[in-house]
Design a protein around this ligand. Structure first.
Ligand code: NAP
Length: 253
């Protein structure tokens, strides 16, 4: 069982603590955000609140969940050791910077949890491979080692698909709810519909295959797809992802 420290007790740290709790680990969370830290320590007996220096000093594995600008201010003053394993989930703080900010720690990895890590089943792209990440989260989640930091950053871009796709699903669900007068059933229907689709067959073409199977000429799906494509929505999504390239250090294509 590990001693695990979280720097920055915000949305993603809270979800990760919830995903880790009850498995025998000792967990330290930093004092900010005070409300979330208090909630976690009240809910889970293994969670204690500590100053940032104590979070690092008392832990074997430190999970950095700060905003990038805060991380650059806070990390250099903490008592890092060469035997620390560090997992950063922070966008905009590259591995090379983390090596400086967390020196002399050298076991440093980047990963991208999503809030539903609290329940498990979360894909966790990671670079480089991290035995600490695997030990803490591997049993309940899907560890996806990637080949380079650039590939990891491309996953950061892909993770931002969540909000635009959800925006579309919210629009469609609200449309259904207005028609039926039952928002609960509307949401149950749409979420079950999409959960039903999301079973990849390992071919790398599952989603494209699904789309192809929904292309019956004159069908409802084809009609709505034509409407969406007519206003350039897919291209806007692709251009938006391309627009993240400079920030994420991705090559221009
Ligand atoms: N949210 C996600 O779904 C998600 C997913 C993947 C990666 N990430 C990454 O995770 C990081 C945090 O994101 P988030 O959404 O969890 O943001 P957040 O909710 O704003 O969490 C950041 C936390 O840092 C705390 N903080 C500020 N200054 C601090 C200090 N000096 N010492 C310790 N803690 C301090 C903040 O406390 P106060 O509230 O008191 O200011 C806040 O609770 C970001 O780098 C983001 O890229 C987030």
């Amino acid at each position: 069982m590990a001693r695990v420290g979280f720097l920055g007790t915000g949305e993603i740290a809270s979800a990760m603590v919830r995903g880790l709790a009850g498995q025998g680990h000792t967990i330290f969370v930093s004092e900010r955000n005070a409300d979330i830290a208090a909630e976690l320590s009240a809910e889970f007996q293994e969670v204690s609140i500590a100053a940032n220096a104590d979070v690092v000093g008392k832990s074997d594995i430190v999970i950095a969940c700060l905003m990038a600008a805060t991380a650059r201010l806070v990390l250099p003053d903490l008592p890092w050791r060469s035997d620390h394993a560090v997992i950063s989930v922070m966008v905009d703080v590259p591995c090379a910077d983390l090596a400086t900010l967390c020196a002399p720690a050298i076991d440093i990895a980047l990963s991208i949890p999503m809030p539903f890590i609290a329940r498990g089943g979360c894909p966790l792209p990671v670079y480089p491979e991290s035995s600490a990440l695997r030990a803490l989260f591997g049993e309940r989640n899907i560890i996806l080692p990637v080949a380079s930091e650039v590939a990891l950053n491309a996953h950061f871009a892909a993770s931002s698909l969540s909000a635009p796709i959800l925006r579309m699903l919210v629009e469609g669900t609200q449309w259904l709810a207005r028609e039926t007068g039952d928002p609960v059933a509307a949401e149950a229907y749409v979420t079950a519909l999409f959960a039903g689709y999301m079973h990849p067959d390992g071919s790398g073409h599952h989603l494209a295959g699904l789309l192809g199977s929904l292309a019956t000429e004159g069908g409802l799906n084809a009609a709505l797809r034509t409407a969406i494509e007519g206003v350039g929505a897919p291209e806007a999504l692709r251009d938006g992802m391309d627009g993240l390239r400079p920030r994420l250090g991705l090559p221009t294509r």
